[in-house]
Design a protein. Structure first.
Length: 308
């Protein structure tokens, strides 16, 4: 879907977590507490994608019976792009919501101490003939993984993405990685990140903020938390009518007069869906640094090196 900061780019990181970082490659998530519409899942110190997928599927299964279900997760690890989990609900004619906390890479608005994660949230809403609305956003101006991609490529950051360690705006990727990310919408981004972090970690008993460790170093394995919800549309509104109205809203947004230089208005997730369709036909472009990282870990694991 074009989210390269959460794709193959992270293979070396995940291999390190599974081989030396304390993440259990055989870890199995389980339901630790069942309160009908509310579940607590323990990820079993598995890779985060495994625990998160299990938890979202539990939310969907329970929502089939009770219409709305929420699942808090502890005992997990970094789980990647949140849109994937929210989108699992789409085929069930449900709205999916997913959020997670992250290692601290931001400061509270007005501060310079790196004590808050960017704590992203994704919401997936079914449509009819139009593409579903899929909003996946961290509450920083940019994900730290994207800063690392820019650093790999030797490209300066756009203004407004990061501060250095003293709280000064910077476009230097090295200073940004040593410093803090800017929250989106200033104090509003800080507030949203704080709330999503509490939903993802405090509610489930997982660690929060600096309790988890520092960005750039290995976090404490099996201490991440997430939060998922599934809402069955049919419990609130006729599904066909809901999808038709969502289509209408998307078309209304698209019909807006555009500022000079803008050729098209997109709904959230539309660019990513079109990117996915293209990549599935043409292949996924990867830069040489990413391929080199994959090749190096392949050799470490006794596999044939990837030809660059």
């Amino acid at each position: 879907r074009g989210c390269h900061s959460h794709g193959v780019f992270r293979v070396p990181e995940y291999v390190q977590k599974l081989t030396k970082g304390g993440v259990d490659p055989k870890g199995k998530p389980r339901v630790a507490r069942d309160s009908q519409a509310a579940l607590l899942v323990n990820g079993g110190n598995s890779l985060g994608q495994i625990g998160a997928t299990f938890a979202m599927r539990q939310a969907i299964e329970r929502a089939r019976k009770v219409n709305v279900a929420a699942v808090a997760v502890n005992g997990s690890n970094h789980c990647g792009a949140m849109a994937y989990f929210a989108m699992l609900a789409l085929s069930e004619d449900m709205i999916g919501i997913a959020t997670t906390h992250a290692l601290p890479t931001m400061a509270p608005w007005g501060g310079i101490d790196c004590i808050l994660g960017i704590n992203p949230m994704a919401i997936a809403i079914p449509a009819g003939k139009e593409s579903p609305i899929v909003l996946d956003a961290a509450f920083s101006a940019v994900a730290r993984g994207k800063v690392k991609v820019y650093h790999q490529k030797g490209i300066p950051l756009p203004e407004g993405w990061a501060f250095d360690s003293e709280g000064n705006p910077t476009t230097d990727t090295k200073k940004a990685l040593e410093g803090i990310l800017q929250p989106i919408g200033q104090y509003k981004g800080y507030g949203f990140a704080l709330v999503m972090g509490i939903l993802s970690s405090v509610l489930s008993g997982a660690l929060f903020g600096t309790e988890l460790g520092k960005a750039g170093s290995n976090p404490k394995p099996g201490k991440d938390g997430h939060f998922f919800m599934a809402l069955k549309i049919a419990a609130f509104e006729d599904v066909t009518r809901f999808k038709e109205r969502t289509d209408g809203i998307i078309r209304q947004m698209r019909s807006s007069r555009r500022v000079s230089g803008v050729e098209r208005i997109y709904s959230p997730g539309e660019i990513e869906e079109e990117t996915e369709q293209g990549y599935r036909k043409e292949g996924i472009p990867l830069n040489r640094e990413t391929l080199r990282g994959v090749s190096e870990v392949a050799v470490q694991l006794g596999m044939a090196p990837y030809s660059i």
